[in-house]
Write a protein that binds this ligand. Structure first.
Ligand SMILES: Cc1ncc(COP(=O)(O)O)c(CN[C@@H](CCC(=O)O)C(=O)O)c1O
Length: 405
């Protein structure tokens, strides 16, 4: 009576990526003070998931609206959601929007947006090679491979400096075949927490355009990195402003706390209105046999908030509160490590941005910390800063100090 996953492992190798094994190890750990820093989901100072107040108000408004029903949405989702979501990432003054060169369809959060975009590209784009950062979000290779694309990597992280390997990145993008697709994380890079500067983004844009590469932005953390929706959209808007094509996968999981509502959107910026119309038709042919139409509730919440200026403002305040708490956790952890005199330069903890910090701890140290200190992070040394609190910072700093010395 072998567990099904064991059988599958026998035939297909370990079906659980390393971080899911970490999550199960943490779940099965009976220690009352265990600390789970492995999943990119926001937690409050009390360590609890957060439902934004503005989300609760939007849901209340929807519940009271007797005209709301639970009928099928169109294949491309809630029209108002698509329109407002596109403006959120592209900006109110986007020329691409004014020229009707933009196609946006509601998808199943960021992951679904990436997958639908990948399936579309596998079917219609002349190049099936897709370049992703090394390292990148653990799910990217599977999403693109299963869609039929061939995954390659470009250098992104320099373990020596614990910073961006910018020269290596430019060199690898420069060597990519013309037409290749390039995945760019718009902000708050997962797992490194390292983002290019605006000047570096401009150099990336120039090489992408000059080589005729197709940018596919993964915009999972807009507003969550800096606390500003517009600042975190600058990389995307820089590319769209030049009139070229790009794809953008959008998620409201983190920035609106709608993880389980699975609400996101795929936007494709085209070179003309006519191409946009044809792309829209082809996207419907991808979605219909995949999941027919997307879910209504999450889209209704987001639309209610984005449509109402007071709710939108309240959302930006709560969003900045989440981003600021994470920034404060970075500062507190850095100071606690410094106070312990832990060997090495730990300034990357405060230089990195967004949900994650790439600590530089190796797998052996990570496993030791799990065993001896009941602290769980992904084996590549990535910690979710959102999982920390002022109370648990000392526990982590002690564990890091012990693992290093
Ligand atoms: C860069 C990036 N893109 C897309 C997603 C997918 O988000 P959606 O919920 O589909 O909108 C994540 C979530 N990565 C998190 C959470 C989940 C997971 O990977 O198991 C993480 O890396 O912990 C991400 O980090």
């Amino acid at each position: 009576d072998l567990h099904p996953s064991y059988l599958l492992c026998c035939f297909f190798g370990p079906i659980l990526p390393f971080y899911e094994r970490v999550i199960f190890a943490c779940r099965d750990d009976p220690c009352p003070v265990k600390l789970n820093l492995s999943v990119g989901a926001y937690r409050t100072e009390e360590g609890k998931p957060l439902v934004l107040e503005v989300v609760r108000r939007a849901e209340q408004q929807l519940a009271n609206d007797r005209s709301c029903d639970k009928g099928y949405l169109p294949i491309d989702g809630l029209a108002d959601f698509n329109k407002l979501g596109a403006k959120l990432i592209l900006g109110d003054d986007s020329h691409a929007l004014e020229e009707n060169r933009v196609v946006t369809i509601q998808c199943l959060s960021g992951t679904g947006s990436l997958r639908v975009g990948a399936e579309f590209l596998a079917k219609h784009h002349q190049q099936s090679v897709i370049y992703v950062p090394n390292p990148t979000w653990g799910n990217h290779p599977s999403i693109f491979t299963l869609a039929g694309l061939s995954v390659q990597y470009f250098r992104y992280y320099d373990p020596q400096t614990r910073g961006l390997d910018f020269e290596g990145m430019l060199e690898d993008l420069g060597a990519a075949p013309s037409g290749a697709i390039v995945v760019l994380q718009a902000c708050a890079h997962n797992p490194t927490g390292i983002d290019p500067t605006l000047e570096q983004w401009e150099q990336i844009r120039q090489i992408v355009r000059s080589k005729g590469l197709l940018p596919f932005f993964d915009n999972a953390y807009q507003g969550f990195a800096s606390g500003s929706l517009d600042s975190d959209a600058q990389s995307v808007r820089m590319f769209v402003a030049d009139g070229g094509e790009c794809l953008i996968a959008q998620s409201f999981a983190k920035n609106m706390g709608l993880y389980g509502e699975r609400i996101g959107a795929l936007t494709i910026v085209c070179t003309s209105e006519d191409v946009a119309r044809k792309v829209h038709g082809q996207l419907l042919l991808v979605v219909r046999p995949m999941y027919l139409t997307p879910p209504i509730h999450g889209a209704s919440i987001v639309t209610t908030i984005l449509k109402n200026s007071d709710m939108y403002k309240d959302w930006t305040i709560e969003l900045k509160g989440m981003a600021d708490r994470i920034i404060s956790m970075r500062q507190q952890l850095y100071e606690a490590i410094q106070a312990r005199g832990t060997p090495g330069d730990w300034s990357h903890i405060i230089k990195q941005i967004g949900m994650f910090s790439f600590t530089g701890l190796n797998e052996k140290q990570v496993r030791w910390m799990a065993k001896e200190y009941h602290i769980y992070m992904t084996y590549d040394g990535r910690i979710s800063m959102a999982g920390l609190s002022s109370k648990t910072v000392p526990q982590l700093a002690d564990a890091i100090h012990a693992a290093i010395t």
